[in-house]
Design a protein around this ligand. Sequence first.
Ligand SMILES: NC(=O)c1ccc[n+]([C@@H]2O[C@H](COP(=O)([O-])OP(=O)(O)OC[C@H]3O[C@@H](n4cnc5c(N)ncnc54)[C@H](O)[C@@H]3O)[C@@H](O)[C@H]2O)c1
Ligand SMILES: [Zn+2]
Length: 359
Amino acid sequence: MLIRSYRSEYRVVFSPDFSVELTAELKPGDFLIIDENVARLHADRIDPLRAKYAHRLLQPAETQKSYQGVEPIIDHLIRNGFRKNHRLVAIGGGITQDVTAFIASILYRGVGWIFVPTNLLSQCDSCIGSKTSINFGTFKNQIGGFYPPRLILNDDSLLRTLPRDEIRSGMGEMFHYFLLTSRADFERAQREYDAAFTDRDVLRGLIQRSLEIKKAMIERDEFDEGPRNVFNYGHSFGHALESYTDYAIPHGIAICFGMDIANHVSAHLGLISPAEAAEMRVLLERNWRPTVPGSIDLDRYLGLLRKDKKNIGNDVRVILTRGLGDMFITTIDLNESVRAVIAECFRYFSTSQTSVKTA
Ligand SMILES: NC(=O)c1ccc[n+]([C@@H]2O[C@H](COP(=O)([O-])OP(=O)(O)OC[C@H]3O[C@@H](n4cnc5c(N)ncnc54)[C@H](O)[C@@H]3O)[C@@H](O)[C@H]2O)c1
Ligand SMILES: [Zn+2]
């Protein structure tokens, strides 16, 4: 898959063994930044690379995505002969990606980087799109830019060591792409959901489809200046839930709840029928079980929702829907009736299986 970008085109290569392609690609002086868990779990393929190339292991923690986290890595690179024509290689999930991309974008005014995404979220979503962000104190993703890798090696055999919740999180992110494109993609997700957990070919097909959907949009709006904002579908409501639960609910599962809330608010406003919201809920619910939030303090939740974007007064910017494949950005007033719809969604969630502690 070729992605057009403001810098240059870059490729996503689907490979049954990333280490073969990577070994052929690497040149003396290239430097690897590897998620420490992935290095351990996939030592059979990563140890030979570590033996041959300079590298650093990274603890995948949000605190590493910071000036304090990147400084020792930059210090090491500059002191140990890393040059402008050498490349950085990230092997890991979204944190390893952001740390590496951020350093690549600023070191020597920009060096090339290669990405081996190792979890489902990064394989189906974050590996393309050029965004590079680090945190600033407690403010998430506030510093960064747009700096795509030169090459992405997408190897689904790495996913075999992922916990089931991480697979479900990635599935949730893929659902959001499928619902916002078309009924055909939604029905495909319904049909293939169960098989995706056991059949690698099915899962790979869904990953490829997610990336195709994202590719079409980022090639139109790489800098997120307009059309790309529909990708926030489910995300404003979902992010608020992630912060409410202190990230106990994985991202892609939180956005399944977020999409469900967006759908029910849309139905309340007459944009879709209650039957359409219910139809989408059947799919979303398969993925959020059994990770559901327990009873929630609605005022605190809505406070976090307002904080998520620069909102004024009672109004919040969210993505709503006029039906499958038709999402749009709008402003809603969190008046009594909308609050009641959101409260009803949370009541529904809390009746599903095991609850995640929310306070
Ligand atoms: N740049 C972007 O476009 C973009 C997009 C989305 C998210 N993000 C950022 O990414 C971060 C979240 O990403 P994430 O969820 O991938 O986090 P992460 O990098 O911390 O990975 C999650 C966990 O999965 C583990 N893991 C990775 N691959 C594994 C494997 N093959 N087997 C077993 N465990 C494995 C990691 O060790 C880690 O514990 C956030 O900081 C977010 O802001 C960036
Ligand atoms: Zn997301």
